[in-house]
Structure formats: C-alpha cells, structure tokens
Design a binder for this molecule. Structure first.
Ligand code: TRP
Length: 338
C-alpha cells in the first residue's frame, strides 16, 4: 500500500445509487482513500454516449457529487470530467495510438449499441459510443494512474488502456505511462432481490434495485418481499440464489455476527427467512440512515459543496495539464504556454 500509487476510477452520472453500486464500487473507493492517492471522477463526457438531455446531465452530475460525498468520499478526491477538458485533448492523441481492430471487438459497444434502439433514440448510434474506451484510457493515463478499481465488466476496456499505454511507451522510447492494473472488488455481485438471477441494476426497474437513499419503510418492504426460493426445484439441496444473495447482503453490510449465527441456523435446517430478512433490512437501514443524514447536511449549503468540487477539479486539472504537456512534447506538438 502506498500513497505514491495513484488510483483512478470513474462513475457515470446516470441512474441512482443503489446498493449494488454502493457495495460493488463506492464503498471500496471509500476504503482505498486511507492508503492511496485517489481520484474519483464523475464521467459526464462518457454519459453523452447514450441518449441524454443537457438539463438532466447537469442535474445528475451534481447529484452524484453530493451522493458520493454523503457516502464518505472526500471532496478533494472528487472531480467532474468536463472541468478537466485536457481529457478530451489526450483522447484525440490516444486515438492515434489505438488499434481500430481492437476497438471493433469491444463487447460493451455491441451491447449498448443494441440497447440504444430500445431506449428510443431511433437507432442512432454515435461515434462517441464507439470511441468511448479511448476516452477512458485518457482518463486513466492522464494521471499516470497505476490502479483502476472497476467491475469485471470493464476488464476489456482496461486491457485496451494497457495496450494504448504500451504502444505510446514504445513510441516515446521510455516507460512514460505506468501500465494500469485493474482492481476488481472482492464483494460478490449483488443480485436483484426481486429476481436473484439478475444483477441489481437501475435499468431493470425500481423493484430490481434498492436505493441507498431509500427510507426505512421502503427498504424493509423491498427486503420483506425478496425472493427466497426460485420455485423451480433447481436449487434442491443447495442454498437458493435468493437466500445466498440475502446472506451476502448481510455480510456486505458488516453484520458479521448475525451472518455467522444465521448461517448456523441455515445449516441446522432451522433458519426462518423472516429472521434473515429482518437482519438484512437492519444492516441496510443502518447504512442508509447514516448516508441520508450526511446528504441532508450537505444539502443545507449546496453552493458551498459545488464550490468545493469545482476547487478540487481545479487542483486535479493541474496534474492533467502537466502530463498533457509532456505528451505533446513527445509527439512534436506545439504547446500553449502556461
Ligand atoms: N466506463 C466506466 C463505466 O461505465 C466508467 C469510466 C469512465 C471509468 N472512465 C473511467 C472507470 C476510468 C475507470 C477508469 O463504468
């Protein structure tokens, strides 16, 4: 563990913050702050690759900053991508170090370009959606970040970033960019409580995710109606996916004692699902109420919070400017005097 190693990650300002994203990403980000130099970015440029409106994009970008702070991410580690426009300039340069063939193999592009049609944008698929992984490489490399905490779904994008860094380093004739490593969270995938065969997700609809900012009543109701048995008989003898998901939520919410004792009940065949659900709800409610209180506090002076994020973006921008200048020198591109 070292403060010398820079961590960078990005989160899209679309959709709400549910427990899947909280346990899968944000909570980990919070922990990493203790040991590393961390940069966490609200990726508003990336959010333009799917159907969007200007008003909503602005609103959701700010909301996400507030939400991240409420979850315990330090304001000095948070920034908004468009407040560091150097990302887009490096994006252009890195385009020229990206293999077209490799870009055509990105599976997320294939998934999302088919969903665009569903989302009602008349089948419009932008070039931005196609080249988005190069912007992601620029996001990482502009800070010479060595560690990138992301979900498994980002593995292919990260591999592309590594290849771009290598190709640039060969061109530069030196180890200019560190080759970034992915840090994949150990937390088990959080599944939807309404359909534990699917990942908890905002796009599946309200019953398929539990909002971190939901009130106690809502959380208890959602956990109360969680599916425990699939009813297909497929799980005979083994723990059903629904029950396993409740156990992992209990573990993720830090209730180690309750987790251990309920697991003993399960093994003895005496577990009551109602008890398990009660404990899971207690765990989630405890996390949620603390975060909600933090958010209320932050909302009292919205302007001050926004200024804090603008300030941190301003400070972080200086680091991006320094790398971009070096890259332009290496490429023989004239620099604007700073
Ligand atoms: N593409 C990532 C996602 O959809 C978000 C992202 C953008 C990102 N830039 C990044 C993640 C840089 C890690 C590093 O979740």
């Amino acid at each position: 563990m070292s403060k010398n190693n820079t961590i960078l990650s990005g989160i899209q300002p679309t959709g709400k913050l549910h427990f899947g994203r909280y346990f899968g990403a944000v909570e980990n980000w919070k922990r990493l702050q203790e040991d590393y130099d961390c940069l966490y970015m609200v990726v508003n440029y990336h959010a333009m690759t799917m159907p969007f409106t200007g008003k909503k994009l602005a609103e959701e970008s700010w909301n996400l900053c507030f939400n991240l702070m409420a979850c315990g991410i330090k304001p000095e580690n948070i920034f908004i991508q468009s407040l560091v426009p150097e990302h887009t300039e490096l994006n252009w340069i890195l385009n020229c170090f990206t293999s077209y063939g490799q870009l055509t193999r990105m599976t997320q592009f294939k998934d999302k370009s088919s969903r665009n049609e569903e989302l009602g944008d008349q089948g419009f698929i932008s070039g931005g959606l196609f080249t988005y992984p190069v912007l992601q490489a620029a996001d990482i490399l502009i800070y010479k970040a060595g560690i990138v905490p992301v979900g498994k779904d980002q593995e292919q994008h990260l591999e592309l970033s590594r290849n771009i860094a290598q190709r640039f380093n060969n061109f530069a004739g030196k180890e200019f960019f560190p080759i970034p490593e992915g840090l994949y969270t150990k937390v088990k995938k959080v599944m939807s409580t309404a359909d534990p065969n699917r990942k908890m997700s905002a796009s599946l609809g309200d019953k398929h995710n539990i909002d971190v900012f939901a009130d106690e009543k809502r959380i208890r109701k959602q956990i109360g109606s969680a599916v425990t048995d699939s009813g297909t008989g497929a799980d005979a003898g083994a723990m059903s996916v629904g029950v396993a998901n409740l156990f992992s939520l209990l573990e993720a919410s830090g209730r180690a004692d309750a987790h251990a004792s309920l697991l003993l009940d399960y093994e003895a065949g005496s577990l009551k699902y109602a008890d398990l659900k009660h404990e899971v709800a207690n765990g989630l409610v405890a996390i949620s109420s603390e975060i909600r209180e933090n958010l209320e506090e932050l909302k009292k002076d919205r302007k001050a919070v926004k200024n804090q994020i603008k300030q941190s973006s301003f400070e972080i921008r200086k680091r991006a400017q320094a790398t971009l200048k070096e890259v332009k020198d290496i490429c023989g591109l004239m620099n604007v005097r700073m």
